[in-house]
Design a protein around this ligand. Structure first.
Ligand SMILES: CC(C)(COP(=O)([O-])OP(=O)([O-])OC[C@H]1O[C@@H](n2cnc3c(N)ncnc32)[C@H](O)[C@@H]1OP(=O)([O-])[O-])[C@@H](O)C(=O)NCCC(=O)NCCSC(=O)C[C@@](C)(O)CC(=O)[O-]
Length: 300
């Protein structure tokens, strides 16, 4: 299969990247990050989550962040919503796109959202109805598609089942999450081959964490399988609060560098993206996890 000419990058840094941070991050710093990303040309930004503040305290101020960001035309500003309560809070905050999240492993589903896979899918049905009635688009995530921190190997057929259910209930796109980053390119291709029997490839996105250093290779494998939407996190921020040891998402700068090198257009400016990632890394007081950002900085 030939490579696409255009790829859409879904920037999850402000949500997936920051949700696990123990230190308080000010609303002003979160807002600045989102505005820096849109200024760099990012067209889709996951800004926050309307989840229980007891479960993920760092996302508690998401409504304030939405109220203060500069919303540029043509940019999608999205949030996670695990249930109807979350969707209603998102709508009240003026959010026009949300993402629901399920898992391909029962143990992860219980730890992450306190219910079984089937209960989570049933929970999304009324959410989808209210979203539709309010003109809110819904994206769907499936976690643990290439391994679970509690159950180990995950059957691609189990991933396909959850992806199909989410797609059939109205999610316009299904993001396949390698939550703990254990996937390898061969397994990634096999997974896409199986899942695409139920959900068209142009409705699938790849969401890779870089725990085992496989994320870019997995993205390239996914490109070869016809995917053209990828989630990534500026400065490689992140890690899931319910997946011990999971490192950050693949760094947006590293994905962009690879795509630029392949002649694939994203509309994002690498220099501005590197600056956005460095600023939030400075706020957090930790080294930038993007290798491209580090290489560019050491090259002066
Ligand atoms: C799903 C629940 C809420 C169930 O949590 P629960 O405790 O079973 O919920 P409940 O319905 O029994 O309600 C208990 C309390 O939570 C409140 N509550 C209930 N819902 C909400 C809401 N939406 N917003 C705010 N508050 C809420 C509710 O009001 C009540 O408050 P109380 O009466 O005790 O004061 C909880 O487990 C939760 O919030 N989990 C979120 C976990 C999370 O955000 N994980 C990270 C995101 S997923 C991820 O990172 C993976 C991904 C997407 O990136 C892809 C990948 O890499 O795999």
């Amino acid at each position: 299969m030939s490579l696409p000419k255009h790829v859409r990058l879904v920037e999850v840094g402000p949500r997936d990247g920051l949700q696990n941070e123990k230190q308080p991050i000010s609303t002003a710093d979160k807002v600045r990050l989102v505005n820096d990303l849109s200024a760099a040309g990012v067209q889709y930004i996951e800004v926050g989550s309307f989840v229980s503040p007891k479960w993920v305290p760092q996302m508690a101020g998401s409504a304030e962040v939405f109220a203060q960001i500069e919303q540029k035309p043509g940019v999608t500003y999205a949030a996670l919503a695990p249930n109807l309560q979350g969707l209603e809070a998102a709508i009240a905050a003026g959010v026009s796109e949300v993402a629901v999240f399920a898992a391909a492993s029962q143990a992860f589903s219980q730890r992450n959202i306190n219910c079984s896979i089937e209960q989570s899918l049933a929970r999304f049905v009324p959410l989808m109805e209210v979203a539709r009635a309010n003109g809110v688009q819904v994206r769907g995530y499936v976690s643990c598609v290439l391994g679970c921190p509690y159950e180990g190997e995950v059957d691609p057929a189990a991933v396909a089942h959850v992806a199909r259910e989410l797609f059939n209930m109205g999610c316009y796109e299904i993001s396949l999450g390698d939550t703990i980053g254990t996937g390898t390119p061969g397994k990634t291709r096999q997974l896409i081959e199986v899942v695409s029997r139920d959900v068209p490839r142009d409705k699938l996105a790849g969401h890779f964490h870089d725990t085992y250093g496989q994320a870019l290779a997995n993205i390239y494998a996914s490109l070869l399988e016809g995917l053209c939407v990828f989630d990534s996190s500026v400065a490689g921020l992140g890690g899931c609060p319910y997946a011990k040891g999971a490192s950050g998402n693949v760094a947006s700068e590293d994905v962009l560098y690879m795509l630029d090198g392949l002649g694939i257009n994203t509309g994002i400016d690498l220099t501005a993206l590197v600056a956005a990632g460095q600023r939030i890394s400075d706020v957090l007081g930790r080294p930038n996890a993007s290798r491209v950002a580090r290489a560019r900085q050491s090259a002066g």
